[in-house]
Design a protein around this ligand. Structure first.
Ligand code: AMP
Length: 356
């Protein structure tokens, strides 16, 4: 039976008064569990060889139950146990990354959002096709390394947290840094300030900022702390540091809350709207939280260098709300917003619209 039909059957069989919210014990799980509890759901932590004692330090975010696994394959093998508990899974960046897109796509447990997005998000070329055809500006792509005529960022496919990325300013620089055994893309290095925009698209909400059949919200924004590039300037010019064998890296270590010039908000909503409308045409639509990772230049233009189509860890500073979500409803984090959507859909008999 096709997975879509199977999920739909499972959902029909669920006792709707006993739905439990589950996610992997990592990334944004504290926020997801706390938000789910505030919306009245039972919570379940999935731990794959993970230490869970730290939840004892945060009683309001500690899940009601842990289910422990030795491997990600075991989650697939024991999917029936999750279904028996009326679980809806909330995907987050680490969950999909550690389990692997292919396995996650096959997981026979109802999952918040549209799984079809994974195919478009996990491949950088398809991401570019989606975003550019939506009319969103991206950093220029350089197809042939010999044509590098300005600073570029070389990105390895699927690199975790920017690991291994490097900056090159010409072809010899590129040759010096490249590991040819891995697939990579070369992108113009955009000079500007970074804003990671946290949106939420609800196909069932019928007021607010209307997009397609639903409503688009802006819940918060952050900037990532990246080691070591963020602190490198303290040691001097990068060219000099290279001579000492010190190269910039982009490994995410944390998140800082930010707000943006208010005059840029119309553009932010326009970009979100375009990306949603195009997702509907391409694969039936992205649902729930997503993040556009952007750089704003000194001409006040946005360049979007990546999209994440689920809750990002940059929402973690906003467990008790943000300067944006406070204007929708006080204390509305992205984690809580997800559970709110599930609650509303459950009460109106619309779960099949937001779960796949
Ligand atoms: P990504 O894996 O695409 O999220 O990129 C990791 C980090 O590299 C980002 O958080 C940015 O700091 C930086 N970055 C990515 N693309 C660009 C770009 N085109 N220009 C400048 N910095 C970038």
């Amino acid at each position: 039976m096709a997975l879509r039909n199977k999920i739909s059957e499972i959902l029909d069989s669920y006792d709707k008064s006993k739905i439990a919210i589950a996610t992997l014990c990592s990334h944004s799980s504290l926020q997801i569990f706390y938000g789910a509890r505030r919306e009245g759901f039972r919570t379940i932590g999935l731990a794959v060889n993970q230490k869970t004692k730290f939840y004892d330090a945060f009683p309001l975010a500690k899940p009601d139950e842990f289910i422990r696994f030795e491997s990600y394959d075991e989650i697939l093998e024991r999917a029936d146990e999750l279904v028996d508990r009326n679980i809806i899974i909330i995907p987050h960046g680490s969950f999909v990354e550690y389990m692997g897109t292919e396995k996650f796509e096959k997981l026979p447990v109802p999952t918040f959002g549209n799984r079809a997005v994974l195919q478009w998000e996990s491949d950088r070329e398809k991401q570019r096709e989606w975003l550019v055809s939506a009319g969103v500006e991206m950093p220029k792509k350089i197809s042939d390394a010999k044509e590098i005529d300005r600073p570029v960022l070389v990105k390895y496919h699927g690199a975790k947290g920017g690991r291994g990325f490097f900056i090159a300013k010409d072809y010899p620089d590129f040759k010096l840094g490249i590991d040819e055994s891995q697939p990579y893309t070369i992108q113009e290095y955009v000079l500007g300030t970074r804003y990671y925009l946290h949106y939420f698209y609800s196909p069932i909400k019928k007021d607010g900022y209307r997009v397609a059949e639903g409503s688009l919200e802006l819940l918060s924004m952050d900037r990532r702390d990246e080691s070591n590039i963020d602190e490198m300037y303290k040691l001097g010019a990068q060219e000099e540091l290279k001579k000492l064998g010190l190269y910039p890296t982009f490994v995410v270590t944390g998140n800082v809350p930010v707000v943006i010039r208010e005059s840029l908000l119309p553009k932010i909503f326009d970009m979100g709207e375009r990306v949603i409308n195009r997702s509907i045409e391409l694969f039936g639509g992205m649902i729930g939280p997503f993040c556009l990772e952007t750089i704003v230049t000194d001409k006040l233009e946005f360049k979007v260098f990546e999209i994440s189509s689920r809750i990002v860890a940059g929402t973690n500073p906003f467990i008790s709300g943000s300067p944006y979500s406070d204007l929708i409803e006080p204390e509305l984090s992205t984690g809580r917003r997800i559970s709110r959507e599930i609650k509303i859909a459950r009460d109106r008999g619309l779960l099949h619209k937001i779960v796949s």
